[in-house]
Design a protein around this ligand. Structure first.
Ligand code: ADP
Length: 596
């Protein structure tokens, strides 16, 4: 079993620690007999939140059954104090970035299966006892619900703690096979340790403590040409809601060597129904890696005015569609870069508490980012990247007067461009954590609509978001992550999680934005648990045909409704129409009029 605490020197030289999610606010130490026994006694005990419709005695009997299946040390009831921790030590007891009350989306218990067969056994156990279960790989899905289940009292399956091996790496095929608990940092270190780190690169998201599998399943993104994480997976092993185990694509062919090489196999291609869904628990996943391209040229372009992004995006579209730029570049407000290095109190503010954007110009000038800053990278030897760089520079300078270009040699050692160079080489960095110093008790939520790569759409979205956010007392700090044919417009809402009023305001503002966006035909790619019903309902063409299909699949695969009720707005028939959905205005996910 691999060690519980992965300590690493940040490639930037800052020593950091990274731990798997914690229990009792402490790391679960490895112990010869009881690997997951807390090392310290927890502080205050809390009353356990039982699964819906389950009595205390039925719950006790079910847990004793579960202990029999997994061993007593691999099952814990969630009666501990709710400690929010930090990125390095996120709790399993609740969503540490709670946007509702901290004790709202809490599990009744957590269990730690050790292999696929045990996962299947737990699924059968859940069917027998009619207890909802919620799998996590790592549980660092911060901003989207963390490790929390949508239905209070569900039992968490923490897959990552014991199922955390890189099972295979093929250097020639640039592919690997991972278990749920393989963190980005661990995959990076594994490739270094087996001596192929120079040949094979990974793609990392903003922070490297999450699971490669969990992020792909939730369709997260990164920075290299492999930045669409779901698109780079090849082959799954899945435990279905009845406990049956399937392998997709070539994995269904006994003896095949091509499971991680050809995603489709024969017949229907099922993989899609296992991402952002509640149709199965993934226990193995193939991932394509990036062969070392033989050179990297990261660069940034700055644009002087907040109105420049329309022209910039129009100029970028052909460069993206034609793959002149091959990675996932981003275009973001210079002000947003500034939040990494400055506390909110260091900015000039207006009387309503919002940033004084004009007066903040001095900070931006000092950083040298411009009103908008564009980061991208070109891959390959200089003979390839130099002409591409010159071409991109010419196109963007023609489109946006005053655009300036910088490479690493042109900027100060403290410039974000050096961190960006690591992202685009798939090297884990902690730089994005610096944003958390911006306000006290910082937590964040994201509003993340998809936009066409069109200047008009980008300007409409930025304008729509800025107006609505300012009305609710938040600063618009947007980033466009640019794909080959669309952009993920990711807007971070930072709030102080100890401030109830601010939390309510953030939630109400995102709800208003979801409606504003839907009225213009704009939909989000991913959202927090508390908002998934609302977002799912906006995908309502033909009177909700997509959700009718989701429900048909759910009813066929999960007749007892045990697997992740409510994920992505998909409710099992036992819950449907019984007020489990959250449409807005609720202060809690659970209400008196809910029943099973
Ligand atoms: P990460 O820590 O990588 O950000 P999480 O483990 O928090 O990811 O998972 C993100 C989301 O994906 C959660 O909603 C979780 O329920 C779902 N998920 C994660 N791993 C699995 C898995 N192995 N099978 C099915 N769903 C999963």
């Amino acid at each position: 079993m691999s060690k519980q605490v992965i300590s690493t020197a940040d490639p930037a030289g800052r020593p950091k620690r990274i731990e798997r999610p914690v229990w009792h606010g402490t790391v679960l130490e490895q112990h010869p007999e009881s690997p997951f026994l807390p090392t310290k006694d927890g502080p205050e005990k809390r009353e356990i939140v039982l699964p819906p419709g389950i009595s205390q005695s039925a719950f006790d009997a079910a847990l004793s059954d579960l202990r029999g299946l997994l061993g007593p040390d691999f099952v814990k009831v969630n009666d501990i104090e709710l400690v929010d921790g930090d990125y390095h030590a996120v709790p399993l007891s609740h969503d540490s970035y709670h946007i509702l009350d901290p004790d709202d989306m809490v599990p009744s218990a957590v269990c730690w299966p050790g292999n696929t067969e045990q996962v299947s056994k737990v699924v059968k156990w859940a069917n027998k006892h009619k207890i909802p279960i919620w799998p996590i790989s790592i549980g660092r899905n911060l901003g989207y619900g963390g490790s929390a289940p949508r239905v209070r009292g569900s039992v968490i399956l923490d897959l990552g703690r014991r199922m955390n091996r890189v099972l295979d790496v093929s250097v020639d095929n640039a592919a690997c096979l991972v278990e749920p608990g393989v963190q980005y940092l661990a995959l990076y270190e594994h490739l270094q340790n087996i001596g192929v780190g120079n040949k094979l690169w990974i793609d990392v998201p903003d922070l490297p403590g999450g699971s490669v599998m969990g992020n792909a399943l939730d369709r997260g993104i990164g920075y290299t040409p492999h930045g669409d994480h779901w698109a780079q997976h090849c082959g799954l092993e899945v435990v279905l809601p009845d406990g049956d185990i399937v392998r997709t694509g070539m994995g269904a062919m006994p003896g095949s060597d091509c499971w991680q090489l050809f995603p489709y196999g024969f017949g229907p291609y099922h993989d899609g129904i296992f991402s952002q869904s509640n149709y199965g628990i993934v226990t193995k996943m193939g991932v394509w890696l990036m062969p070392n391209p033989g050179g990297l040229r990261p660069f940034m372009a700055t644009f002087p005015s907040e109105d420049d992004h329309g022209n910039a995006v129009d100029a970028l579209r052909p460069l993206m569609v034609q793959k002149v730029i091959g990675n996932v570049p981003c275009l973001r407000l210079g002000l947003q870069d500034a939040t990494m290095d400055h506390k909110k109190t260091e900015f000039p503010l207006q009387s309503n508490g919002l940033l004084d954007r004009k007066a903040s110009q001095k900070i931006i000038d000092k950083l040298g980012t411009g009103a908008w800053v564009f980061y991208a990278a070109l891959y390959g030897p200089d003979e390839i990247t130099q002409p591409k760089f010159d071409y991109i520079k010419r196109k963007l300078t023609e489109a946006v007067p005053g655009a300036r270009f910088y490479e690493r040699k042109d900027v100060a050692p403290t410039s974000y461009l050096h961190d960006y160079a690591k992202f685009t080489a798939g090297i884990p960095t902690w730089r994005e954590l610096d944003r958390m110093q911006y306000i006290p008790n910082a937590s964040h939520l994201f509003f993340a609509p998809i936009s066409a790569t069109s200047g008009k759409d980008a300007m409409t979205q930025a304008d729509m978001c800025r107006r609505r956010m300012e009305q609710f007392g938040f600063d618009y700090l947007g980033t466009f992550f640019i794909g080959h044919r669309e952009m993920h417009h990711v807007i971070s809402f930072m709030y102080d999680r100890t401030n109830q009023e601010e939390k309510r305001r953030a939630l109400a503002c995102i709800r208003a934005l979801i409606d504003d966006a839907a009225a213009r035909g704009i939909g989000e790619y991913r959202t927090h648990l508390a908002l998934q019903d609302q977002v799912a309902a906006t995908y309502g063409w033909n009177n909700g045909a997509a959700m009718r299909l989701n429900n048909k699949i759910k009813d066929a695969l999960d007749p007892n409704g045990i697997l992740q009720p409510g994920r992505s707005g998909i409710w099992p028939k036992q819950y449907r129409g019984k007020n489990w959905e959250m449409w807005g205005g609720e202060l809690r996910s659970h209400r008196r009029d809910q029943h099973l």
